[in-house]
Design a binder for this molecule. Structure first.
Ligand code: 2AM
Ligand code: CA
Length: 267
């Protein structure tokens, strides 16, 4: 993608993210409708939907040739990564949004022919915007994030995980996951994949490992982490697939092989 086009898209995306964040903060002052999707704990609100519709309208008006992959149904049916594709989660961490009224994010990753060009992850309540542009590094608001340290070890690392390892323990050897939890310095579970990627990029955690994420959960985060020298792969070591759900390890490369080799064993 040409630099000036990339910059133009970034400026618009940033403007829309701030605008959407302001709308969410206003809308959540009033009562809003909450529904369930695939199961009783899989939540969606009218604010998730209206926010996604807001982005879809802006993108289709300004960039009619672009495509959208998104969670709440306003996107396109995509079979490959050709062209310019916006991967959008209007609210990542909907359970946090509903229960905690904080710790959720707008997540937007923009890809051109499969290459990650632009990432924005906006912590709406804290008003913290993480951004990345291909080849230009990653930022937390106006501050450039340093490259990840290379001398990191598992024993002094903090890992983000979630309860899927307990719920879906038929898939992986849970004894080895238990050992991973014992061997690292500590674990965290923030409940928003986008923010967990942002924290890996910021270097305040060293890895995020999970059994199932959708493309809109990691589309932006993968670019952000890449721009500080981090890596995102599936738990079998293969590259991620943007057209389906994935197992995910995003981390400081210094601890990648150790996690995959010593602690991930499929049943
Ligand atoms: P969401 O809030 O947009 O649904 C919680 O651990 C993280 O996993 C959140 O980023 C959440 O995104 C995502 N998530 C929740 N349920 C999921 C599912 N069934 N498949 C994939 N990702 C899911
Ligand atoms: Ca969502």
């Amino acid at each position: 993608m040409e630099t000036t086009i990339r910059q133009n898209i970034f400026e618009n995306a940033k403007k829309w993210v701030y605008e959407a964040g302001k709308r969410i903060r206003e809308q959540m002052q009033h009562e809003f409708q909450i529904n369930t999707k695939s199961n009783v704990n899989d939540l969606v609100t009218e604010i998730d939907r209206s926010t996604e519709q807001f982005f879809a309208n802006q993108i289709r008006t300004t960039y009619p040739s672009h495509y959208i992959i998104s969670e709440e149904g306003f996107g396109d049916k995509i079979n490959d990564m050709n062209g310019t594709i916006w991967i959008i989660d209007p609210i990542d961490g909907t359970m946090n949004f509903v229960h905690q009224k904080r710790n959720f994010a707008i997540s937007i990753g923009i890809y051109h022919n499969g290459v990650g060009e632009i990432a924005l992850i906006y912590n709406v309540i804290d008003d913290v915007l993480y951004t990345a542009i291909k080849g230009e590094g990653a930022y937390r608001n106006r501050d450039r994030l340093p490259q990840l340290k290379q001398d990191v070890q598992l024993e002094t690392s903090i890992l983000a995980m979630n309860s899927l390892f307990a719920c879906e323990n038929r898939r992986v050897n849970e004894k080895k996951i238990q050992q991973l939890i014992i061997d690292c310095r500590g674990t965290r579970s923030y409940g928003s994949a986008a923010l967990e990627f942002a924290y890996v990029a910021e270097g305040i955690i060293d890895a995020y490992v999970t059994l199932r994420l959708s493309p809109w959960d990691f589309g932006a985060g993968l670019i952000l982490v890449r721009e500080v020298g981090g890596e995102t792969i599936q738990l079998d070591g293969k590259p991620v697939n943007f057209l389906q759900n994935n197992t995910i390890l995003t981390c400081n490369p210094a601890i990648r092989q150790r996690i995959l080799t010593d602690y991930i064993e499929w049943k």
